[in-house]
Design a protein around this ligand. Structure first.
Ligand code: CU
Length: 308
């Protein structure tokens, strides 16, 4: 029953997405992964059966929610029963015993068994996150105060650019959600395993895309890896969800998933014409590593200072 309910919630969210899509008919690509008004539950999954996100949604909807709901109702029932049956009026002479071995064993082993059951699915999901299939494409995402910069491998032309949010009129004109749409989205091919190396240039940021089931903290001086496989072409949104300073808002994440053929065409178009915005990007992205180096410099200088 709960499963049906959750299914209907998911369908509702799905319908909301389609309504939003119909509204933004000018869109070249479907906007799939984004928050929807009045929706509850989780964003639909961008991957298929066996995908990280699909498995995470299963874990939440089919394992955790029913258990949480049962326990909450069970405890509520116990409370109501005790309040009604054992108040001073209905039970003027209370029993005087204080231990019940059988009951104590039951309420100790019960929760242990429930937790062990949850752990089976929890660890399975955790191992799935850590066991990455051989990546088809490895990208680098760097969190800066306050924008994301993305880098592609040299084999694809080594594109590197910064991603900044669109202004409200620009977002409206493009039929994209304001505060989520960006000028240079991350572009990836559908149906491929994408590995993202996440790091921070200055402070902690976080690379978070709900529809891919992906979240990794961007830590300066350290590389975290996440992976995902988006099966369906479309536009997906995420955000930096680590409060990283006053302009934290400037760090939405927009991912455009293209069919492999469209992706190849996009890569070729990037290589051929260095569009002004993209051409400007290498200059700024060079400044990012330089910034990172200057952050690292004091650390390197410290041992020298102690030696001297
Ligand atoms: Cu941030």
């Amino acid at each position: 029953m709960l499963k049906d309910k959750l299914k209907s919630v998911a369908t509702g969210a799905g319908l909301g997405v389609f309504a939003a899509m119909a509204a933004g008919a000018a869109l070249a690509q479907e906007v799939v992964g984004q928050p929807v008004d009045k929706a509850i539950g989780m964003q639909p999954s961008a991957d298929g059966v066996g995908g990280l996100r699909t498995e995470a949604i299963f874990f939440h909807n089919a394992i955790l929610m029913p258990i949480i709901t049962f326990i909450t109702l069970f405890v509520l029932g116990l409370l109501i029963w005790i309040i009604l049956r054992y108040n001073r009026k209905t039970n003027p002479t209370p029993a005087q015993f204080s231990h019940n071995t059988a009951l104590e064993i039951a309420w100790t082993t019960g929760p242990v068994l429930i937790l062990m059951f949850v752990a089976i699915f929890s660890f399975r999901l955790l191992f799935h996150y850590h066991t990455m299939p051989k990546p088809d494409l490895t990208l680098k995402a760097t969190g800066n105060q306050w924008y994301w910069s993305y880098e592609y491998p040299k084999t694809l032309g080594g594109m590197a650019y910064d991603s900044n949010p669109l202004s409200e009129p620009d977002a409206k004109a493009a039929g994209l959600p304001f505060k989520l749409a960006v000028n240079h989205p991350l572009v990836v091919p559908a149906g491929k395993t994408i590995q993202v190396l996440v790091n921070g240039a200055d402070v902690l940021h976080s690379f978070f895309i709900p529809a891919f089931g992906v979240q990794a903290t961007a830590v300066p001086g350290r590389t975290n890896t996440v992976w995902f496989r988006a099966e369906k072409p479309g536009t997906y949104f995420g955000q930096c969800n680590e409060l990283c300073g006053v302009q934290h808002y400037f760090m939405p994440i927009m991912v455009v998933v293209k069919s492999p053929a469209d992706f190849d065409a996009w890569v070729a178009s990037q290589a051929k014409k260095p569009a002004p915005a993209v051409a400007a990007a290498p200059a700024t992205s060079v400044s990012a590593p330089a910034g990172a180096a200057s952050v690292a410099a004091p650390a390197a200088a410290t041992p020298a200072a102690t030696q001297g």
